[in-house]
Design a protein around this ligand. Structure first.
Ligand code: SDX
Length: 393
């Protein structure tokens, strides 16, 4: 029954399903990937290790991790004809649009993945290929938009090290990955690796349920993640904190705006459909952001503003009564700033992190031969009436 989407009689799917990948207890702030608490994974596991856990249901031993990492490394380059597509995008193209388009395009250069089984070597290869190429596409999108020459992947670097190299190396200056930055990026990606049936993961499942291929299913997931109510919130938080800093206005001004129903302003990074006390990822990020900024000797005003904002909402009835607490996006942007990731790439980073979760959910759906997703509705439109000729309208 795992992966099964429950169907309410008459109302189609309830939007809930059975899954064995990630467990979230919203009331108690619990998040576990395949039973392992996020608090342990965040500090003890790397992203590749966590991706393996999410995909295959267990932590890899050394040999498994090595062959998984080698496979990811092997698939880092993209076809040169694919590279040419980047130059077709305008410089102002949003990186999430590029990411979604290019993920679909990758399948055109790998026709063998269009009908991939969900087990065995074919699936393993396709999963590694996607995990690797999403990183390369992201870095290439940034370099092209910045008018900089692309950096081809370096097979001697780690998953995060290779990404940072592709993003920030220059022709005569190979980017030096500091242990603090490598650790911070691994932490960010581990915390985003899966999160039950959120908007974008559900999108991947709905698209995959029609037997659409894995690439088009995750490309659809990228589009769902893009929205400011979902993955787009991490960048929106930084824009909001920066606007607060520039305005010089008191924080209470922004709280009043958030409460004003005639004002569509929301405190970005606050609230969650499931977590009603705290988002465990936000707790981890708040602590780790401090450590990273201290290690990198960065004094970021926005962190101070964020903590003050969190402080006053904790004492405000409007937020308390609506269970509005910082979510994963509230502090994650400050971590990305410390790493040097440009603002318009923040949601792309979320997509790179969520890729293992999307693939694992797509696989789980197919492992259980599920029916096509077909939600029903409560009809509220016109009752039946005859066609009205033009001269009587
Ligand atoms: C992610 O689902 C997941 O797991 C997602 C995610 C993942 O890992 O995949 O955790 C990642 O998307 C985190 C959420 C990131 N989004 C934001 O930070 C955007 C700001 N937050 C909101 O827009 C909102 O809180 C949501 C979208 C996160 C949740 O929306 P809900 O549960 O549908 O809440 P709602 O819109 O129905 O609001 C309930 C009440 C309303 O007030 P009333 O009508 O009751 O008076 O709370 C208010 C809202 O106005 N409210 C907010 C608010 N969020 C909700 N008021 C001010 N600021 C906010 N941020």
């Amino acid at each position: 029954k795992t992966g099964y989407i429950t169907m309410d009689p008459g109302f189609g799917n309830t939007g809930s399903c059975y899954s064995s990948i990630t467990y979230v207890d919203g009331a108690n702030g619990v998040l576990r990937y395949r039973g392992i608490p996020i608090e342990e994974l965040a500090l003890k596991a790397g992203f590749t290790e966590t991706a393996y856990l999410i995909l295959y249901g267990k932590l890899p031993n050394e040999n498994e991790l090595k062959s998984f990492s080698d496979r990811i490394r092997e698939h880092a380059p993209i076809h040169t004809n694919l590279e040419h597509h980047f130059s077709g995008f305008p410089k102002s193209a949003p990186p999430m649009a590029i990411l979604s388009a290019m993920l679909n395009l990758v399948s055109c250069f790998h026709p063998e993945v269009l009908d991939v089984p969900t087990t065995g070597d074919e699936f393993d290869r396709t999963a590694a290929l996607l995990l690797s190429k999403v990183r390369t596409i992201a870095a290439f999108a940034y370099r092209m938009a910045a008018g900089k020459p692309i950096n081809h992947p370096n097979p001697n670097l780690s998953y995060c090290g290779n990404f940072l190299h592709m993003m920030f190396s220059d022709p005569y200056n190979e980017y030096e990955v500091s242990p603090e930055i490598d650790k911070a990026l691994n932490l960010f990606l581990v915390l985003h690796a899966d999160h039950e049936q959120n908007c974008s993961t559900s999108t991947v499942r709905v698209v995959g349920s029609s037997r659409a291929n894995l690439f088009s299913s995750v490309a659809a997931g990228v589009c769902a993640l893009w929205g400011p109510l979902h993955g787009g919130a991490n960048a929106a938080v930084i824009s909001m904190l920066d606007a607060i800093k520039q305005s010089g206005r008191p924080l209470t001004y922004y709280l009043d705006r958030a409460k004003d129903k005639d004002d569509d302003f929301r405190l970005m990074g606050f609230g969650h459909r499931v977590y009603k006390n705290f988002d465990p990822r936000s707790i981890i990020l708040k602590k780790q952001v401090h450590n990273v900024l201290t290690a990198l000797k960065i004094d970021d005003d926005l962190l101070k503003i964020a903590m003050e904002l969190e402080e006053i909402t904790l004492q405000d009835d409007y937020f308390i009564s609506r269970h509005l607490y910082p979510n994963v996006d509230f502090y994650s942007g400050i971590l990305l700033r410390a790493i040097g990731i440009p603002l318009d790439m923040y949601t792309v980073m979320f997509a790179i992190g969520r890729m293992p979760g999307w693939i694992a959910n797509w696989k789980e759906l197919h492992d259980h031969h599920l029916r096509i997703s077909r939600p029903r509705q409560i009809y509220t439109g016109n009752t039946e009436h005859p066609f009205i000729p033009m001269n009587q309208r």
